[in-house]
Design a protein around this ligand. Sequence first.
Ligand SMILES: Cc1ncc(C[n+]2csc(CCOP(=O)(O)OP(=O)(O)O)c2C)c(N)n1
Ligand SMILES: [Mg+2]
Length: 354
Amino acid sequence: MSEPPAPLPLDYRAADLERALGADWSRTLWTAYRWMRTARSLDERMTALQRQGRVGFYGPATGQEAVSVAAGLAARPEDWVFPGLREQLVALVRGHPVATYVHHLFADGMDPALGRQMPCHPTAREVHYVSMSSCVGTQVTHAVGLAYAAKLRRDPAVALAFFGDGATSVSDFHAGLNFAGVFQLPVLFVCTNNQWAISLPVDRQSRVPALADKAKEYGFPGRRVDGTDFVATYRAFAEGLERARAGGGPSLLECVLYRMSAHSTSDDPGRYQPADWAQRAAEHDPVRRLERLLGELGLLSEDLLRELQRQIDGALREAIAAAEGTPPPPAESLFRDVVAAVPAGGSSPAAPGS
Ligand SMILES: Cc1ncc(C[n+]2csc(CCOP(=O)(O)OP(=O)(O)O)c2C)c(N)n1
Ligand SMILES: [Mg+2]
């Protein structure tokens, strides 16, 4: 696998930050940091709970937090989010309650999907966040379909289509980008290139080193951004969304980052990653990088950090206790939102052949 680039120093000055994030830049940075820390704590806690047998499955997004927070803060409420495998944080930043997400992870009676979806696949219609699909890449064409409808209806929504580096090898990626290019649709394609598709490194996925270059074939621009730099990533999202909103058509944003965790709780990366990968990836930790920047700007102290972590831990503890104290969905909820009238026989599906 090719050598990853060295992290660029985050040596932003106030004037750069104002240009990138707007006049309220210090509040934006602090909000971003709070969400990134929350996500990191969720990943640690849920991975531990899965190991204890208290949740069934979890897919961490450790190392990818800056991208989801940048998207969540840069997009407008009318935009629609079609996540890949690791963008649950976008829904939380857009206002889906963390406690509701935790109910979903426990698949209890307060889970909006009523336990009928795999854990870690939340759905949050109220914040225009579509349930993710474990089938790699299928959401790309769904996002394009929404963008086509938005254009026909003159609706100002932009569709954000997230996917991993591995998804650039599936046919839905190519069909989706081609259609969006031909019809100049309001879509921002976002590739979170964490350099792995489970055990397959990105250089076995594509001969082209920069995945952003694939956009050229479909007639629109692609750009690469350091996806561990919140400021640069936010700016890139703002520009891509603005272009789509103004009728400029689609673009592809490749966020280069480092998977700092296993693919999921069903994976053991020790079987295939180089021995020094974890250490190299940790040098690109987006949470530590933003923390350092906030410290240099005088916006973060040890005391503030301790207090923030105390609040996050408290909220998660409460949410987990509430979920574990909630009964499972009732059996008769099996058909809710599925059929208008529950068929005779109540909640039990008809026997085959009957
Ligand atoms: C169509 C399809 N093929 C294969 C799989 C098995 N699978 C699940 S995740 C994954 C890798 C995805 O890699 P990437 O797109 O880079 O996303 P990441 O997990 O790195 O976020 C594969 C091959 C699947 N779920 N769907
Ligand atoms: Mg990947």
